[in-house]
Write a protein that binds this ligand. Structure first.
Ligand code: UD1
Length: 375
């Protein structure tokens, strides 16, 4: 089969991998002669940030790896664009599908639309309203250049129509990341498999909390980072805290001389593979995080989540799920932890269409759409 008329899907960073996995699986099972090519930009490249995810989620090896690596926003975004353009020239795809809100998402969307190739955006319409977040810029711009927009929650349509996007370009399908969670959560190992023999003081019978932290707004400002680490160390006096450390965060903790303090009070681990992370979330008494995806995954798992941010682009996790926005104020964090430990954490319910069938809904809509609108 030639690649002419193929769909090219793009991944780049860790949170993209769990979103693309069910789309790749649904495409392989679909009745279509159209080829599907997977491009990895190389934004995330370490084994802990990439390989484990491809293996555990059964994502096929990328057909093309752009190998861009890390850099400033301008360097990274422009390097992806320069390397993606010849791929489009060579393959002349029917459309380019991008997921989420990372630099790879906007870089490939912008490259494609400028070549008159339609862009499909999965996880469209989420808005935090905070334009100091690099992801918010990526979301707004990607949606503006997309021809077909798949949403995870109904509020996304209001955000998109407010920005002038035609409602008939938008399709509410549910959450592909939750497809992946539901497929794999039974295989996720218990926390003891992760901590046995490591000296880490966290087990499911006595309970533990799980921490993730990597947003520039939380880790790049030394004062904010110090206050957050101080607050987490106080929480750890009540509940052991397991903390898989993102490479950006490790670099900042070391640069600010906070690594030793963190290591003395918190159970630090390297970044976890997907299944280990799901097991760690599932068995935790509560999760403290600044991640977007984890706000959704904890809602699906029914685990209380305290989000260390002032806003969220995923309001359904607060309105219906287990998420509470606690911000960065140490007092507020400690108070929210105390409430959750007293059993007053949110129980929540599963949002509409977070049922494991979002990728199938996307393909049911997309395959006929490509017949009419593909380049
Ligand atoms: C990126 C996304 C963010 C997402 C996060 C998940 C953007 C703007 N940000 O942030 O939305 O939540 O991924 O992880 O796209 N590094 C490594 N190994 C790697 C990758 C990165 O060591 O495999 C280090 C490098 O020092 C790099 C830093 O982490 O400079 C940051 O990586 P980058 O991809 O720029 O941003 P993230 O903070 O990971």
């Amino acid at each position: 089969m030639t690649a002419g008329g193929a769909l090219i899907s793009v991944v780049g960073a860790r949170p993209n991998f769990m979103k693309i996995a069910p789309i790749c699986a649904a495409w392989s099972a679909a009745q279509t002669d159209r080829a599907h090519l997977l491009v990895h930009t190389g934004q995330h490249y370490d084994a802990s940030m990439k390989v484990q995810f491809f293996e555990q989620l059964g994502i096929p090896e990328p057909d093309i790896d752009l190998g861009v690596g890390s850099g400033t926003h301008a360097m990274q975004t422009s390097a992806i664009m320069q390397r993606f353009e010849p791929v489009l020239d060579q393959h002349r795809p029917a459309a380019v599908l991008v997921v989420g809100d990372v630099n790879s998402t906007i870089a490939c969307a912008l490259t494609a639309v400028k070549k008159d190739i339609p862009v499909i955006h999965v996880e469209a319409g989420l808005r935090s309203g905070d334009r100091s977040m690099p992801e918010e810029i990526n979301r707004v711009l990607t949606d503006q250049v997309s021809s077909r927009l798949y949403t995870t929650e109904r509020a996304a349509l209001d955000n998109l129509t407010r920005e002038g996007i035609r409602p008939d370009a938008v399709c509410f399908v549910g959450n592909v990341m939750i497809d992946t969670l539901l497929t794999h959560s039974k295989q996720a190992p218990g926390i003891e498999a992760l901590t046995l023999g490591t000296g880490v003081r966290a087990d499911s019978s006595n309970g533990y909390g799980l921490v993730t932290l990597h947003r520039p707004a939380n880790v790049d400002d030394p004062q904010v980072l110090r206050r957050l680490i101080d607050a987490l160390c106080k929480v750890a006096q009540r509940l052991p805290l397991l903390f898989p450390v993102h490479p950006r965060t490790e670099a900042r903790l070391r640069a600010q001389g906070l690594w030793d303090q963190a290591q003395a009070h918190l159970e630090l681990l390297p970044p976890l593979g997907y299944l280990q992370m799901v097991g760690a979330m599932r068995d935790a008494r509560l999760v403290l995080t600044d991640s977007g995806g984890i706000q959704e995954e904890t809602t699906a798992l029914g685990v209380p989540c305290l989000t260390l941010r002032d806003n969220t682009e995923r309001p359904i996790t607060v309105d219906q799920g287990t998420n509470t926005l606690v911000g960065r104020d140490p007092e507020r964090i400690l108070e929210a932890v105390a409430q959750a430990l007293a059993g007053a954490g949110k129980a929540g319910r599963i949002p509409e269409l977070w049922d494991g069938r979002a990728a199938q809904r996307i393909l049911d809509d997309l395959l006929p759409w490509l017949e009419v609108h593909g380049a």
